[in-house]
Design a binder for this molecule. Sequence first.
Ligand code: UT7
Length: 334
Amino acid sequence: MNKLRAAITGVGGYVPDYILTNKELETMVDTNDEWITTRTGIKERRILKGEDQGVSVMGIAAVKDMLAKTKTDPKEIDCIIFATVTPDLTFPATANIVASAVGATNAFSFDLAAACSGFLYGLNTGASFIQSGMYKKIIVIGGDKMSAILDYTDRTTCIIFGDGAGCVLLEPTTEEVGVMDSILKSDGTGETYLHMKAGGSRKPASHETVDNKMHFVYQEGAAVYKFAVTNMAEVAAQVAERNHLTPETISWLVPHQANKRIIDATANRVGISSDKVMMNIERYGNTTGGTIPLLLWDYEQKLKKGDNLIMAAFGGGFTWGAVYVKWAYDGAKR
Ligand code: UT7
């Protein structure tokens, strides 16, 4: 019997309506469109506005989009994994909130925190559940409301990130498609360069933590850049090489959208041309867990059954990884 694999059989996505442009950021911090564009490739990002609007709002919209497109009954969903570092609450898991809201009453659900690599960690976890034969329909969501943890007086971080969420449906197949291989890595010493100082059990919220702006993203950008540019490129090349993929046989590079320069370096290392690199950083910025599923959502129409996709990410933790996926269907399911 052929090996059981986990195929991506549907994609959904959601970005909020509000567009925060580089021009508007110029009125908020000492920055300019030219600096942001040349250093990062970002032109605008989406922001989820309104009282009590958590990341679940975007996760729910993305899942509803996918369920409608694939005509899937939510009661058939076995499991929902939400990769996010900006959950609605510390507990319960945002995945539980999503499951109830979409009517996935038979699913178990949990959150997964691996920052910008979270979607790839979730994809690999969901695929393993499918490959084990235990489950038949798993939703993996990646998304973040980064605007909730950004200091809009800090020009080094607030220009980079945005809000958004995307998701995929995983189902078993015995065809030669689906999640084919993956390499996932982490290195806890990366905490020094990219973290949020308070709000966890080490330093719970207090007047002092709020006064000292300790509930925002802290990033030493240049140091993170150095690790990201090397490790993301290396792991993408490794997963391609060990599956005997060449620049000719790779259909798409699907890179985490943190910085256009990191994306270009990864494409160079893998040896593929820019027309095969999925990119939407100019419109959404870095949505952390959301970038890779939002790329699939944007490019779904162009994908064909049998396409070889190399997904790659690097982020807080540090965490990084690459996943080789053979696409399972033609075009968008609309
Ligand atoms: O997805 C999670 C993982 N994160 C990443 O992968 C991010 C990796 N890092 C980066 O993408 C880049 O390091 C940044 C985009 C964050 C920064 O770009 P950079 O080229 O590394 O700039 P830098 O931090 O070395 O700063 C260069 C200069 C500094 O001025 P001086 O000291 O040279 O006078 C900064 O103060 O640019 C200044 N600067 C700005 N200027 C205008 C920093 N931010 C801004 C800004 N506008 N927004």
